[in-house]
Design a protein around this ligand. Structure first.
Ligand SMILES: Nc1nc2c(ncn2[C@@H]2O[C@H](COP(=O)(O)OP(=O)(O)OP(=O)(O)O)[C@@H](O)[C@H]2O)c(=O)[nH]1
Ligand SMILES: [Mg+2]
Length: 302
């Protein structure tokens, strides 16, 4: 199954889900008040978020008027365009002149950081890069073991320290070691933390600063891993993590487990942080670069 099919089947799992409801809306009928109310309701319950939903609806209402659009079928195309316009995502995965490309995974507990770090390592390895995983969750011994198992499965090297050690020191050493070994991409796992815990967010910020001190310009990507099934809570997480660290991308996991998925649109629109990857399962291959065109098609194509 392609990632699009997987994703689509996840979203469409229930007829009352996001895709099913949009599909019904664009069946037949005119563009009346009732239509716009229903559109807003579907977007909001599809996790797009109130602010973005109302914005989309009012901008499209105006545009439909201006372009004298009368049918729901034509309106479907307007919505498709609007969503693609919000979802501009250009992958930044080039290896910098001064190697390695450093990618840091951050997020709340259980969002899918460790799994996504491994899946990402697999993607880079497959394209021919030399990858190093860093077991930056030094908080739990089990976390290191979990990443070790993944590293073995994907056939990439891993750097770890005893649990309880200082993660920023580990990252400092990991960069030296990556240089020495000619590593192209360094992918760092970190411990899960709640975004409202000041000390833990400070610890993350220290990791960020220490990495930058050892390798100017790094970390090149700070990816917030969010669980799509948490809906609007994902938005709150993105907001607060973004206040502590300059996030430049999201990994949205567990899209296979939600019939909504509109959070992709809401986060990008509200925070301007692009979704870079989507996770659609627990296996190694279940992570794909986010493709706005495919996503929009999965949502709205008949
Ligand atoms: N269905 C599904 N499960 C996922 C996906 N990504 C991760 N998981 C599962 O979610 C659970 C948590 O994943 P982890 O990668 O351990 O999450 P984490 O953020 O590292 O968790 P902590 O280290 O405890 O903060 C695991 O059982 C994963 O297999 C996904 O895209 N789809
Ligand atoms: Mg983890």
């Amino acid at each position: 199954m392609s990632i699009l099919d997987k994703f689509k089947s996840g979203l469409a799992r229930s007829k009352t889900g996001f895709i099913g409801r949009l599909d019904n809306l664009f069946g037949s009928g005119e563009l009346n008040e009732e239509f716009y109310e229903e559109l807003e309701e579907i977007l909001v319950t599809g996790d797009v978020g109130v602010e973005t939903s109302l914005k989309i609806s009012s901008e499209l209402r105006e545009e439909a008027g201006r372009r004298k659009i009368k049918t729901r079928e034509e309106f479907r195309l307007l919505l498709q365009d609007k969503i693609s316009e919000i979802l501009k995502s250009e992958p930044e995965d080039e290896i910098p002149a001064e190697k390695p490309l450093v990618i840091l995974m951050v997020g709340v507990n259980g969002s899918g950081k460790t799994t996504s770090a491994a899946k990402l390592a697999h993607i880079y390895k497959n394209r021919g890069d030399k990858v190093l995983l860093v077991a930056g969750d030094t908080f739990r011994a089990a976390a290191v073991e979990q990443l070790e198992i993944w590293a073995e499965r994907t056939g990439v090297e891993i750097i770890k320290q005893q649990s309880g050690s200082d993660p920023s020191a580990l990252f400092f050493d990991a960069i030296n070691s990556a240089r020495a070994r000619g590593v192209d991409v360094l992918i760092g796992d970190t411990a899960g933390r709640l975004h409202n815990k000041y000390n833990l967010m400070e610890e993350l910020n220290k990791i960020y600063r220490v990495i930058g001190r050892n390798l100017p310009g790094a970390p090149h990507q700070i990816l917030l891993v969010v669980d799509a099934t948490t809906g609007q809570n994902a938005m709150a997480q993105a907001k607060s993590f973004n206040e502590s660290l300059p996030l430049n991308g999201l990994i949205l996991t567990k899209l296979d487990g939600t019939a909504r998925g509109g959070i992709v649109i809401g986060i990008q629109d509200t925070l301007g942080i692009p979704v870079r990857y989507i996770g659609t399962g627990e296996k190694m291959d279940d992570l794909a670069p986010f493709d706005p065109i495919l996503f929009t098609r999965a949502l709205l194509e008949t």
